[in-house]
Design a binder for this molecule. Structure first.
Ligand code: AKG
Ligand code: FE2
Length: 353
């Protein structure tokens, strides 16, 4: 199984992914030590004049076209919040008994597999050295799309975690539209085309807890999270304290190690965005490997990416003005669940229009 290739699962892909990579880390993997992922000041878009905004959008989209990842500073979120989240994730995973965690095992809610993922069970295709926990919009006590009441209490092992992690949701939700607007502007499309779809939209907040590596795991060369692409429009990932994120450079066929400054956020485009951008913005493969710096190996690693979706009943289609469409329009639920049935089994797919 450790020789498995992404190509073995190509039937699940809903957008073109022509490269080949091994799911697990391997001694033969090559690294692009010189490539620098762009670090851009988002305040130029959030607070700048029309020229600043246009220039930011151009640089942002250039970086994304090239590698599917960019790092943003100047986004306005207090880094103290990320420190609090880091501690909160450690607390959640280390203080919740396994039997309690197992009562929340992940299950499909609409498109999203929401709930707890035990160690080595992030996906059905290969074991990873991470525990995960995913919550969508409905799990937070925030305004819901149709004004329906929330039942946050159903989703949390301890009620105190909801208001804690809600702070992260409330800090990031105001960034959804400006990030999408900058991408659309840089693509030459109407920057406001997704404003309605992104109002009270769905998302998946994923907390990842990578336990300290044992000496044996360290020796085995096992990675922490398999190579994958995100299915979403884009992901907002605050920079992590412990390194390890690696990004596939499709030009060189090598991996690039992410080094994002403290307090910055990493943005990467996912499958929804690759479809609507007609393959201009790639859904880039990434994974989490052992830290290159040995001193970090005995430390737990924590990350808290937020995946931005559109609701299940929206249609994903190629934006106007981007030439002959490579894809047919498709309902978001069909697109999302077909693609992620790669991880959750064939019966995960919901076929609708
Ligand atoms: O832990 C990280 O740095 C990345 C996690 C990730 O790619 C994911 O949860 O989709
Ligand atoms: Fe990811």
């Amino acid at each position: 199984m450790s020789d498995a290739l992404n190509k073995d699962f190509v039937k699940y892909d809903q957008v073109r992914k022509s490269h080949t990579y091994r799911l697990a880390e391997s001694e033969s993997d090559e690294f692009d030590e010189d490539y620098e992922i762009a670090v851009l000041d988002f305040s130029r878009f959030l607070g700048g004049n029309a020229d600043d905004r246009a220039q930011f959008a151009e640089e942002f989209v250039r970086a994304l076209k090239e590698i599917g990842f960019a790092v943003l500073t100047g986004h306005g979120v207090d880094p103290a919040l990320y420190d609090a989240m880091h501690e909160g994730v450690l607390d959640l995973f280390t203080s919740t008994p396994l039997e309690t965690k197992m009562r929340f095992r992940a299950a499909r809610h609409g498109s999203v597999s929401q709930g707890y993922f035990p160690l080595e069970e992030t996906s059905e295709i290969h074991p990873d050295l991470v525990e995960g926990w995913v919550w969508c919009r409905r799990a937070f006590d925030i305004p819901q799309r149709g004004g329906e009441p929330t039942h946050a209490e159903n989703y949390w092992p301890d009620a105190a975690f909801e208001p804690l992690f809600r702070q992260l949701v409330e800090a990031h939700e105001p960034l959804f539209k400006p990030i999408a607007q900058a991408m659309l502007m840089g693509l030459g499309a109407d920057p406001h085309l997704f404003d309605r779809r992104l109002t009270k939209t769905n998302f998946g907040l994923r907390l990842n807890y990578y336990p300290p590596l044992t000496a044996e795991q360290d020796r085995s060369g096992a990675g922490r999270l398999l190579g994958h692409e995100d299915v979403d429009l884009f992901t907002i990932l605050p920079s992590t304290r412990v390194e390890g994120l690696q990004v596939w450079n499709h030009r060189s066929g090598k991996w690039v190690r992410m080094h994002a400054p403290y307090g910055s956020i990493i943005i990467n485009t996912g499958d929804y965005m690759q479809l609507i951008s007609n393959d201009l913005l790639p859904s880039t493969t990434h994974r989490v490997g052992k830290p290159a710096d040995g001193s970090h190996r005995d430390q737990a690693r924590v990350s808290f990416p937020m995946a931005v979706y559109v609701w299940e009943d929206e249609v994903l289609e190629v934006l106007p003005g981007l030439g002959e469409a490579h894809y047919e329009p498709i309902k978001a639920i069909t697109f999302h669940t077909r693609s992620t049935s790669k991880f959750y089994g064939d019966d995960y797919a919901v076929e609708e229009g």
